[in-house]
Design a protein around this ligand. Structure first.
Ligand SMILES: NC(=O)c1ccc[n+]([C@@H]2O[C@H](COP(=O)([O-])OP(=O)(O)OC[C@H]3O[C@@H](n4cnc5c(N)ncnc54)[C@H](O)[C@@H]3O)[C@@H](O)[C@H]2O)c1
Length: 254
């Protein structure tokens, strides 16, 4: 299989959390739109396995191990990306999620901070790292990941809901700040989505009925979230900024 080359002629899409469930679907979808994918993830093994799979399929990509909540790592990796490729056209911030579901009195400050950092701080740091090249280009699209829980809240998910609500406010503010430079900033708010991480936190019995409370009667596939992100990333969304796109089968209608 021949691997696609001539990266300089292609737009660069950086996907944080790109080795995860939705992240992989986003990389595959943006590749269809001609982007060269730069995959960032704290899970080194998953990142290498994914890029090897892409290569077998004839698609080039690059992977960097990165804890997106650590500023020195973010500066180093984005510095390398910008010096290697000269531009960043799209940034998709998917790094995040949480395994914590517990009553407020059981949350330690360290656990609270971990959730805020992996979701909100990581989003802030990666956005900060692409502003300079996007301003130079006078163009760019940033998509940050919220959640239906960022709008509705969810019992025992206080830290996660707070972080995901904050990502909406952050994205609105950043969109206003960057609109004069031709940079668009939007958020995507997925509903329940069939990624391994989510499935593994349900019993088979619970997962079998996980779509029953959703008006469309089923959970989302990662590819359906990726469609929303690809739309926000592309020129068809050229006049859309500061918005939150809800992809949730009618579960939440804010
Ligand atoms: N799956 C759902 O039902 C759902 C619903 C709403 C929102 N979301 C959000 O969508 C995003 C992706 O979720 P997913 O279901 O694909 O989860 P996932 O766990 O499959 O993917 C998340 C990826 O982010 C990486 N990651 C986590 N913290 C990181 C950090 N600090 N630095 C770099 N990488 C980090 C993980 O290693 C993982 O590969 C998350 O932000 C999640 O909160 C998911």
């Amino acid at each position: 299989m021949t691997v696609e080359t001539n990266i300089s002629a292609r737009n660069i899409a950086v996907v944080s959390g790109g080795a995860g469930g939705i992240g992989r679907a986003v990389v595959l979808r943006l590749r269809k739109d001609g982007f060269f994918p730069v995959i960032l993830d704290v899970d080194e093994a998953a990142g290498h396995e994914f890029t090897a799979t892409l290569k077998q399929q004839g698609s080039d990509s690059v992977f960097f191990t990165l804890n997106a909540a650590k500023k020195p790592e973010v500066q180093k990796v984005f510095g390398k990306v910008i010096s290697d490729y000269g531009r960043v056209d799209v940034l998709v911030n998917l790094a995040g999620g949480t395994f914590y579901k517990k009553p407020i009195q059981d949350f330690s400050p360290a656990e609270w901070q971990e959730v805020i950092d992996n979701n909100l701080k990581a989003t802030f740091l990666c956005c900060q790292a692409v502003i300079a090249p996007m301003k130079t280009q006078k163009k760019g699209a940033i998509i940050n990941t919220s959640s239906n829980y960022g709008v509705t809240g969810s019992a025992e998910r206080t830290a996660y809901s707070a972080a995901k609500a904050a990502i909406i406010g952050f994205s609105k503010s950043l969109s206003a700040e960057l609109a004069p430079f031709g940079i668009r900033v939007n958020a995507i708010a997925p509903g329940r989505t069939a990624t391994q991480r989510v499935i593994s936190h349900h019993s088979p019995e619970a997962w079998a009925v996980a779509g029953q409370d959703i008006p469309m009667g089923r959970v989302a596939e990662p590819e359906e979230i990726a469609e929303g992100i690809a739309f926000l990333a592309g020129d068809d969304a050229g006049y859309i900024t500061g918005q939150t796109l809800h992809v949730n089968g009618g579960m939440v209608m804010p």
